[in-house]
Design a protein around this ligand. Structure first.
Ligand code: MTE
Length: 388
């Protein structure tokens, strides 16, 4: 685990909340150096956790070349559960097939997507009623791709964390709401779900690593959660934290990272109608590897802002120090709005690869959501690094 002085903690008291906020640049340099050092020495780096792309020391692989022809105008989604149900014994049958050397891709997907007891309890809520304000002109990403190609550093700094993530314990799940609110409180996920207006949205997601997916999510607008939290007028930013379960999250052993994973938005961003909390995907409770039981979705920003498995939401005065900004401030800024014209420090952002496809398509400013969010940044461009 990172040492306390390197890990800006968001505490209940406002003075402590604000104390961490200014230290970003220095803390960032220290963590950035430590990530490099740990990798260079190799001593504290657990190689079983694999290599990563988001972290500052890896070269990004380029080379996929096709255009938007690859994306169809028609949105469709093949419900893979139907296929899985044809294997009457479910996972049991898969084990049998595996023993015979006949493991199919449908079976391997079953292992990544079976619902645990808590998820089964929530399953009847989904899919929620569609809100089709947000149009997409792309084919949905196959569920198996969204389930098996993930970034969730708490389970390792590589893409194949889906099996490891099944160890997450989703019940009980409590979310702390604190900082500048009328009354700090802890709310059980079940109670929060009952209080929130559920809807379904099909949204694009664009990782800073230049891959993208299009997923049918269900959940609720972040705005509804902000209203539920009753922040004070003095709150300027919202800070989010991911669960830290050291027993079940082996990636936390990468102690050169500034755990917990933290993200933040301004109040204006968080109450914009596009900011969303997902609790389900592909018509069922969200898979553990995708951020169960609830995650943030900011589809106009690079994917690292869409923090998973939330346990704490704090309303603060100063801009929070976010996980990737602390690790590599020159590469991952606070605003991180998608922009094809502003390259990452080490690669172009002009195009993106669609998960499950072999080609690439042009990246769009604000990931195509400019009509909803561009006005949030008017007048800020000269002072702020809005697009990295
Ligand atoms: N949230 C946490 N807690 N830990 C992470 O490592 N990775 C981020 C984001 N949220 C991450 C996280 C990044 S870099 C991306 S691109 C998306 O999650 C990936 O989401 P997905 O695995 O559901 O596609």
């Amino acid at each position: 685990m990172a040492r306390a002085e390197d890990t800006p903690q968001v505490e209940d008291k406002q003075s402590e909340l604000d104390a961490g906020a200014g230290a970003g640049a220095d803390a960032g340099k220290r963590v950035y150096k430590r990530v490099y050092k740990a990798r260079a020495i190799g001593s504290s780096f657990d190689s079983s956790l694999g290599g990563d792309i988001c972290s500052p020391n890896l070269r990004f692989k380029r080379g996929w070349e096709i255009d938007e022809r690859d994306a169809t105008d028609e949105v469709f989604f093949r419900n893979r559960r139907d296929i899985l149900q044809k294997f009457s014994g479910g996972i049991g049958a898969c084990v049998g097939l595996s023993a015979l050397g006949l493991l199919t891709s449908a079976c391997s997907e079953a292992k990544e997507s079976s619902l645990d007891k808590a998820q089964q309890k929530w399953a009847d809520l989904y899919p929620a009623q569609r809100n089709d304000t947000y149009k997409v002109s792309r084919e949905l990403t196959e569920e198996k791709d969204a389930l098996t190609y993930n970034n969730f550093y708490e389970f390792g700094s590589h893409k194949t964390i889906s099996r490891a993530a099944q160890k997450m314990v989703l019940e009980p799940w409590t979310i702390a709401i604190d900082g500048l609110v009328e009354k700090p409180r802890k709310v059980d996920f079940d109670d929060l779900l009952k209080a929130m207006p559920l809807e379904r949205r099909v949204l694009r997601h664009r990782c800073v690593e230049a891959w993208a997916m299009t997923v049918p999510w269900s959940g609720f607008p972040l705005k509804a959660l902000v209203e539920y939290a009753r922040p004070l007028k003095s709150a300027r930013y919202i800070s989010f934290e991911t669960q830290m379960d050291e027993k079940n999250m082996p990636g936390l052993r990468q102690n050169y990272y500034p755990w917990p994973y933290r993200e933040g938005v301004s109040i204006e961003e968080g109450t914009n109608e596009l900011a969303f909390i997902a609790t389900a995907a592909y018509g069922k409770p969200i898979a553990k590897q995708n951020g169960a039981p609830l995650r943030l979705l900011l589809p106009w920003k690079y994917g690292f802002k869409s923090i998973k498995s939330l346990v704490r939401i704090s309303f603060v005065k100063k801009r929070p120090n976010t996980f990737w900004e602390v690790v590599a401030p020159k590469e991952y800024g606070f605003w991180a709005n998608v922009n094809p014209k502003v390259p990452h420090a080490r690669w172009s952002q002009a195009q993106e690869r669609l998960l499950g496809k072999s080609g690439k398509v042009p990246t769009r400013i604000f990931n195509g959501y400019g009509e909803f969010v561009a006005s949030l940044y008017s007048g800020m461009a000269e002072k702020e690094r809005l697009y990295t």
